[in-house]
Design a protein around this ligand. Structure first.
Ligand SMILES: Nc1ncnc2c1ncn2[C@@H]1O[C@H](COP(=O)(O)OP(=O)(O)OP(=O)(O)O)[C@@H](O)[C@H]1O
Ligand SMILES: [Mg+2]
Length: 233
């Protein structure tokens, strides 16, 4: 469904991605893992059209989308939930969801019900100003808002960042349900958490992919266990 090949991205003279290859199949849930500065966010922002690739190809459902403007990529069915849950803080929960559904006009009642089934707290908070929600609620709203556009590929950038363990658990339960109906590309620093959810993952380091495999392979990989899962090597 999504095929990335030879992708290089730079910020001025800083090379953030150096010719990476990865793919996500229809219905799969795939993670890009790695520590701070590995290039995870850069990968998602480039797929979303927010950054221009220096080299390489991005194909989505058979079409080259590399270098297209963000609105055309959204229209093709790719939604990104950015790092740091950027909701519209001055808008209410309902307005945030409405903005998320704009490519289909108003959000359909069925889409709102779908979001409330995943995140029941949002129904109770419909009239509340987004910026006054808790961090976890804002993250739920950010995910729900992305779903309003009925994306075929949902990209999530570190949804667990800065949230309490119980909230992370709730959020990941919801993402596990989304996974049964939508293809997902997840970015996480928390390798343990991500490998509990995904089918496959790639490990990024300094702009290179240094490991890839199925969840099972990676969970039993000694290097992954030592470097990212805190197991003695
Ligand atoms: N706007 C920018 N200007 C210059 N360099 C940047 C910019 N954004 C990112 N970089 C650099 O690009 C590299 C990759 O950054 P990126 O944000 O993609 O990493 P990341 O894997 O998402 O890290 P984190 O887990 O901390 O979010 C890093 O070396 C970073 O310093
Ligand atoms: Mg990042």
């Amino acid at each position: 469904m999504l095929e990335v090949s030879g992708l290089s991205v730079a910020y001025g003279r800083i090379r953030a991605l150096d010719g990476i290859d990865f793919h996500v199949g229809l219905g799969e849930c795939v993670a890009l893992l790695g520590s701070n500065g590995a290039g995870k966010t850069t990968s998602l922002r480039t797929i979303s059209g927010l950054l221009r690739p220096l080299a390489g190809h991005i194909r989505f459902e058979g079409h080259d989308i590399g270098g297209l403007p963000p609105h055309r990529i959204v229209a093709r069915g790719i939604a990104q939930v950015p790092e740091g849950r950027r909701i519209f803080p001055e808008l209410t929960v309902r307005e945030n969801l409405t903005v998320g559904g704009y490519i289909h006009g108003r959000p359909a009642a069925a889409d709102l019900e779908h979001a409330f089934a995943l995140f029941p707290v949002l129904r109770e908070r419909l009239g509340q100003i987004g910026g006054t929600l808790s961090g976890g609620e804002q993250q739920m709203l950010a995910v729900a808002r992305a779903l309003m556009g009925r994306p075929r590929l949902l990209m999530l950038d570190e949804p667990s960042l800065g949230l309490a363990p119980l909230v992370v658990e709730q959020l990941y339960e919801a993402i596990a349900r989304i996974k049964s109906e939508t293809t997902i590309l997840l970015v996480e620093q928390n390798v343990h958490l991500a490998l509990g959810l995904v089918d496959r993952a790639y490990v990024l380091r300094h702009g290179h992919i240094v490991r890839e495999g199925t969840r099972e392979n990676l969970l039993h990989d000694d290097w992954i266990r030592g470097a990212y899962l805190g197991a003695p090597t």
